[in-house]
Design a protein around this ligand. Structure first.
Ligand SMILES: [Mn+2]
Length: 353
């Protein structure tokens, strides 16, 4: 496996590349250009500058998380072909600069959703949480305000204000789009981009819905093993692959993560490993990566990756805020670095046993 670390760029991420480089066995970053409007082609000079900066710090830039998906593609609007053409061009450009994997998601309107971004735990750390009962009390039109109030001023990936400013319009647009329609629109997108990925040496890796159930009645199509099977079937090629995020996928206890790794492992190009504590129906909070702190068996997950000979990218996912760190919710340095050390320790023990 190749360990990478999500990084939002020097303008936007309080964690410097130099610190990421100091985490043992770190090989590179999963990077993005957060200021490019969703759907627009990434400028060559910006991609080149990002790669140069990352390489200059002794790290690789082989993973992008994410290239945003214009809503018209998800909605299957006639204008989608123009947006897909732009996505194809971004893929070509990233391929030229050595990117191998693009992580993306296909969630309507909202990206990941939480009801608390700094829930205080008994040890004094704080973490992100989702509570179905709390969500039911939030009016959908207020969720953007609620997330932005909780964000401490940081850009939250997938919560771009320009897109979410049109919330009523987006909800209206999705009234007639069910899960099957959304899935068909994903299939259409994949059929158009996979040939470009092949030419560019890039593999797409779809991220599970977070959380893996419908939020505010919107359709969700990447929440179970059956959903994965349908998505991989749209284009049966390695370029149509997966990001398996244990924290998202595992917040539904019916999802058996080791079974999914064994079944779809060849198509997993990016592994997000983190833990969550499930405390009720559709209710969880994020914990340290350690198995003993959460509901997921992180050892069993890593052992399964080891069993299948996984050679793809891995990253620690959301961490808590610990040791007084003040940073982007989920993306502080300290707890994610502890997560890396733990995952590397499990991996070394597996390698040597
Ligand atoms: Mn993830």
């Amino acid at each position: 496996m190749k360990m990478v670390f999500r990084w939002f760029g020097s303008q936007d991420d309080p964690v410097p590349l130099e610190y990421i480089r100091q985490i043992p066995a770190m090989t590179g970053i999963a990077g993005t250009l957060p200021d490019i409007p969703v759907g627009e082609v990434w400028p060559v000079e910006r991609i080149a500058a990002l790669r140069e900066e990352v390489n200059g710090a002794g790290l690789e830039f082989e993973v992008v998380e994410s290239v945003g998906m214009h809503e018209d593609i998800k909605l299957g609007k006639p204008s989608r072909d123009e947006w897909i053409a732009k996505y194809q061009e971004t893929i070509r450009r990233l391929g030229k600069y050595g990117v191998k994997v693009i992580c993306y998601n296909f969630m309507p309107v909202f990206d990941w959703t939480r009801t608390e971004l700094a829930k205080v735990l008994p040890d004094g750390s704080n973490t992100m949480a989702y509570d179905e009962a709390a969500l039911a009390k939030i009016d959908p039109s207020r969720i953007v305000e609620s997330m932005s109030e909780m964000s401490k001023g940081y850009y939250l990936p997938g919560w771009e204000p320009e897109r979410l400013g049109r919330l009523d319009e987006l909800f209206r647009a999705y009234r007639d789009v069910g899960e099957d329609d959304l899935a068909v629109n994903l299939g259409y997108f994949l059929k158009k981009i996979v040939p470009v990925c092949k030419e560019s040496g890039i593999k797409m890796a779809i991220h599970p819905d977070d959380p893996p159930w419908s939020v505010f009645g919107l359709p969700r199509i990447m929440k179970s093993a059956a959903d994965i099977e349908r998505i991989l079937g749209f284009v049966d090629e390695p370029e149509n692959g997966l990001t398996l995020c244990t924290g998202c996928f595992g917040s539904n206890p019916a999802n058996d993560i080791p079974a999914v790794i064994r079944r779809f492992g060849e198509r997993i190009h990016f592994a997000h490993v983190r833990n969550i504590k499930i405390s009720g129906q559709c209710t969880f909070h994020e914990t340290s990566h350690y198995s003993c702190d959460g509901s997921l068996d992180v050892y069993a997950i890593m052992r399964t990756y080891h069993d299948i000979g996984y050679r793809g990218y891995v990253r620690p996912d959301h961490g808590r805020m610990i040791w007084g760190e003040n940073g982007r919710p989920g993306y502080g340095l300290y707890d994610r670095a502890l997560g890396v050390a733990y995952l590397n320790g499990i991996w070394e023990a597996l390698e040597r046993s």
